[in-house]
Design a protein. Structure first.
Length: 378
């Protein structure tokens, strides 16, 4: 099949849509589909394997909208030859152009909101998004033959927003790297957070929880890794200083080998998010046999059933409960839980399996096969 993917940006942050969209394109290309990825921002060009990545410049006028006539023109031309267009995300013009291209060409459109319909996400810049929805985004989304949700909660968010199209619930995939079986040396243990330094991630709650736990667990340190797109790290540093919190490191963003090593050095991973569409870093930690503590604001409640982590209510009190249990567990218990999490990732979240599900969705949208069983029409 000939598949055109669109997303405003991909960057060197190997997480979120930058990772998942690029990795999906790569896996689809490996399965002999002809795949192109269209983005804006020349500074964020990625190495493309098994697919073609086309990057277009955008206007400096209203730059946050990502207006790009070159992107729009190229997409319109390619849509006439494509079997499917798959757009990722909302609220920028590269997320609007696919609707117009699909309408004009008759090519079916799939839209992956990528968490943009969650109540917390909609609350940010609510009036701007409401205006943009009625002026531009609504027509593009209504053109979609199918929506794609990465988890059950996102499916419910889509329905709560009022959209009626079929929804394919397909998770993101995760790469499960080979690991050398090297036992960690005795001594200080590491609690790792890795992700964007952003208010939605609940790091303020994590610091409050750490203030209650640090003295009881003097053999543990907290390492916070990630980029700081909205300047939130300065607030967290002030809060840490105000609470006189010990053994905290703000390590900045880490990529590729350094990021992988951060997971390997961790004894426990924490994602304290208030809300999360998928929370790919949980999957990355489990793939590296690191047990996790996360919240019910994420879709990772099944870590409890799979005995590879703890899932608690968002907020300081929930985190204190979950982290206390995890840090009080024995080294052997955490090792066993990490191994179970890794097996779960291998069995249920391989990129090959995810690409097959998505390809089946494309084939249905193009009228080539019956509707897949995982397609929600209610």
């Amino acid at each position: 099949m000939r598949i055109v993917h669109t997303v405003p940006h991909v960057c060197k942050e190997a997480s979120g849509p930058s990772y998942s969209v690029s990795r999906l394109c790569e896996e689809l290309g490996a399965k002999y589909h002809r795949v192109r990825l269209l983005t804006i921002d020349e500074r964020a060009r990625r190495d493309a394997r098994n697919y073609r990545h086309e990057v277009f410049g955008s206007s400096h006028i209203l730059s946050r909208l990502g207006i790009s006539r070159a992107f729009e023109t190229s997409l319109a031309r390619q849509a006439k030859r494509a079997d499917v267009i798959h757009n990722h995300g909302l609220w920028m013009m590269p997320n609007v152009y696919p609707g117009t291209a699909a309408k004009n060409s008759g090519t079916p459109l799939i839209v992956s909101p990528r968490g943009t319909f969650s109540p917390v996400a909609l609350a940010r810049s609510r009036n701007v998004k409401k205006t943009f929805w009625w002026l531009k985004q609504r027509a593009a989304v209504e053109q979609a033959k199918c929506l794609h949700a990465t988890c059950e909660q996102e499916y419910h968010d889509i329905r709560a927003f009022g959209l009626k199209q079929p929804v394919a619930v397909i998770p993101n995939g995760v790469d499960v790297p080979a690991l050398e079986q090297k036992p960690k040396a005795p001594g200080q243990r590491t609690l790792l957070f890795l992700g964007r330094i952003h208010p939605i991630k609940g790091l303020d709650d994590l610091l409050k929880a750490w203030s209650s736990l640090a003295d009881q667990h003097s053999d543990w340190k907290l390492v916070i890794v990630g980029s700081d797109p909205v300047g939130h790290e300065a607030e967290l540093r002030r809060e840490a200083a105000h609470l006189s919190l010990p053994r905290i490191t703000f390590a900045g963003p880490l990529y590729r080998a350094a990021k992988h090593q951060a997971y390997l050095d961790a004894d426990l991973y924490v994602l304290p998010s208030k809300t999360e569409n998928f929370g790919h870093t949980v999957a990355e930690a489990l793939a590296r046999a690191v047990p996790v503590v996360t919240t019910t604001g994420t879709p990772w409640g099944p870590v409890v059933r799979h005995n590879c982590g703890w899932c608690v209510d968002p907020g300081p009190s929930g985190l204190i409960k979950g982290l206390s249990q995890a840090m009080n567990a024995s080294y052997e218990q955490r090792q066993e839980m990490g191994a179970k999490g890794r097996t779960w990732m291998q069995d249920a979240f391989s990129w090959g399996a995810v690409a097959d599900l998505m390809a089946h969705t494309y084939a249905w949208a193009a009228g080539l096969t019956p509707a897949p069983k995982y397609l929600r029409v209610n």
